[in-house]
Design a protein around this ligand. Structure first.
Ligand code: NAD
Length: 348
C-alpha cells in the first residue's frame, strides 16, 4: 500500500494555516506531489513548505491535472469555484477532497454527486471539526448516555468589513458564496447534528444581515428538530464577539437522558455534565489515548486528513461522504427558505 499522491488546487489561507500541517503529519498515507494556485506568492510559500519541485508548481490547475502524476486533489478555493474545480478533477479521474461547502446550491451539489459517480472516483468534503479531540471524545461518551434530548451550538465572531482584509476578500460577496451561514455556521450545524446523533428533519430560522454593509448574511439563528425528537439551536454571528473563550465563547453542547457534553472552542476543550451529581466537570483530553497536547491547537484537519487518506490508500469508504455534505447544505438551504417564508421547512 503506497501513500496517496496528492495535488492541491488552491494554496491560500486555510492551506497555509492548517491543511499543510495536517497533510505533512501523515506521510504514510499522503504525499503532496504537485500544487496549483493563480497567485505566485502562494505557490512559492506552499511549494517551499511542502518541498514540491518547481516543475510541479502550476499556475493553472487544469495543466496540473493533465501533467502531474496524481491519485487525488484537495480543493481549497473560494466557494463559487468548488463545483467547477471538483467536476473537472473528477473527470480527470482523481479522487477529490473538497473544502466546505460542497457547492453554492443543491442543484450544483447534485451535479457534483452525479459527476463523481459517473467518473467512479472517491469524493469527500472537509468536516474537520468532527475530528478534533474534544468532539471525538464527546461522540464516544454520548454513546453510553441514552437518548439525546437537546443541543445548542454557537460561534460568535467579530469580523471587520474592511475590504482589504484577506479573510473577507470573497467571503463578503454573495456571488462568491460568502456569508456567515455558509462559511461559519456550516461547522456548528454538522457538529450539533452529529453529537445529537440523529438527522435534522425540520428547520426554523432567521438568516439576516443586521450590521455590515454587504450583500451576505452576518447573523444566522436556527432552530432544528431531529428525527429522534431532539431539538437543537445554532447561533452564529460575524458581528458579536464571543468574548473570553470557555462558556462565553464558541461551544457545542448536547444533553442526553444520562448526562451531557460541552465542546468548547470547536473541540479544543471539553466538559461533561453528570446528571446524578448535577454538576459540570472538565474532561482532561490529554488522558485520552492518542490525543497529544498539541492536537488541541489544531482545528481538526490533521485528524480528518489522516482518516481520509488512510481510507483512500486502503481503498475503503471515506469518513465524510458527499451525501452527508449535501445534507448539511440542505439544512442551510432550508434555513434560508425558513427566513423568507417565516415557517419551518422540512429538510430533503
Ligand atoms: N474547514 C475549515 O475549517 C476552513 C477554514 C477556512 C477556510 N475553509 C475553506 O477553504 C476554502 C478556501 O478558503 P481560504 O480561507 O483558504 O481562502 P483564500 O482566499 O485564503 O484562498 C483561496 C486560494 O484559492 C486560490 N485560487 C483562486 N482561484 C484559483 C484557481 N482557479 N486555481 C487554483 N487556485 C485558485 C487563491 O489564489 C487563493 O490562494 C473555502 O472553501 C473555505 O470555506 C475551511
Amino acid at each position: 500500500m503506497s501513500a496517496v499522491k496528492l495535488g492541491l488546487v488552491g494554496c491560500g489561507g486555510i492551506v497555509q494555516k492548517s491543511h499543510l500541517q495536517g497533510l505533512l503529519s501523515c506521510p504514510e498515507w499522503v504525499r503532496v506531489t504537485a500544487i496549483s494556485d493563480v497567485v505566485p506568492e502562494n505557490l512559492m510559500h506552499v511549494g517551499t513548505a511542502a518541498d514540491v519541485p518547481s516543475n510541479q508548481r502550476y499556475g493553472d490547475y487544469r495543466e496540473m491535472l493533465e501533467k502531474a502524476d496524481l491519485d487525488a486533489v484537495t480543493i481549497a478555493t473560494p466557494h463559487h469555484m468548488h463545483a467547477e474545480h471538483v467536476m473537472t478533477a473528477a473527470e480527470a479521474g482523481v479522487a477529490v477532497i473538497s473544502e466546505k461547502p460542497m457547492a453554492m446550491s443543491l442543484e450544483e451539489a447534485d451535479q457534483i454527486l452525479a459527476a463523481v459517480e459517473r467518473a467512479g472516483v472517491s469524493y469527500s468534503v472537509v468536516h474537520n471539526f468532527l475530528f478534533t479531540p474534544g468532539v471525538q471524545t464527546a461522540l464516544k461518551g454520548l454513546e453510553g448516555m441514552g437518548k439525546t434530548l437537546y443541543g445548542r451550538a454557537k460561534s460568535l465572531f467579530n469580523k471587520t468589513d474592511d475590504q482589504a482584509d484577506p479573510e473577507l476578500v470573497w467571503r463578503a460577496s454573495k456571488e462568491a458564496g460568502g456569508g456567515c451561514i455558509n462559511d461559519s455556521a456550516y461547522h456548528e450545524i454538522y457538529l450539533v447534528e452529529n453529537l445529537v446523533g440523529s438527522p435534522v428533519k425540520y428547520v426554523e430560522a432567521r438568516v439576516k444581515t443586521v450590521y455590515f454593509d454587504f450583500d451576505v448574511d452576518d447573523l444566522a439563528l436556527l432552530l432544528m428538530e431531529h428525527e429522534n425528537g431532539a431539538v437543537s439551536t445554532v447561533s452564529t454571528s460575524w458581528c458579536v464577539p464571543g468574548s473570553g473563550g470557555g462558556e462565553m465563547g464558541n461551544l457545542v453542547e448536547v444533553h442526553a437522558k444520562g448526562g451531557g457534553f460541552r465542546v468548547i472552542k470547536r473541540g479544543q476543550d471539553l466538559q461533561r455534565y453528570l446528571r446524578e451529581k448535577r454538576k459540570w466537570e472538565a474532561v482532561d483530553l490529554v488522558q485520552f489515548e492518542g490525543v497529544e497536547p498539541e492536537a488541541r491547537s489544531r482545528i481538526g484537519h490533521a485528524g480528518y486528513f489522516a482518516a481520509t487518506f488512510e481510507a483512500l490508500a486502503k481503498g475503503e469508504a471515506l469518513p465524510v461522504t458527499g451525501k452527508q455534505a449535501r445534507h448539511n447544505l440542505a439544512i442551510i438551504d432550508a434555513a434560508r427558505r425558513a427566513t423568507e417564508e417565516r415557517r419551518a421547512i422540512e429538510v430533503n
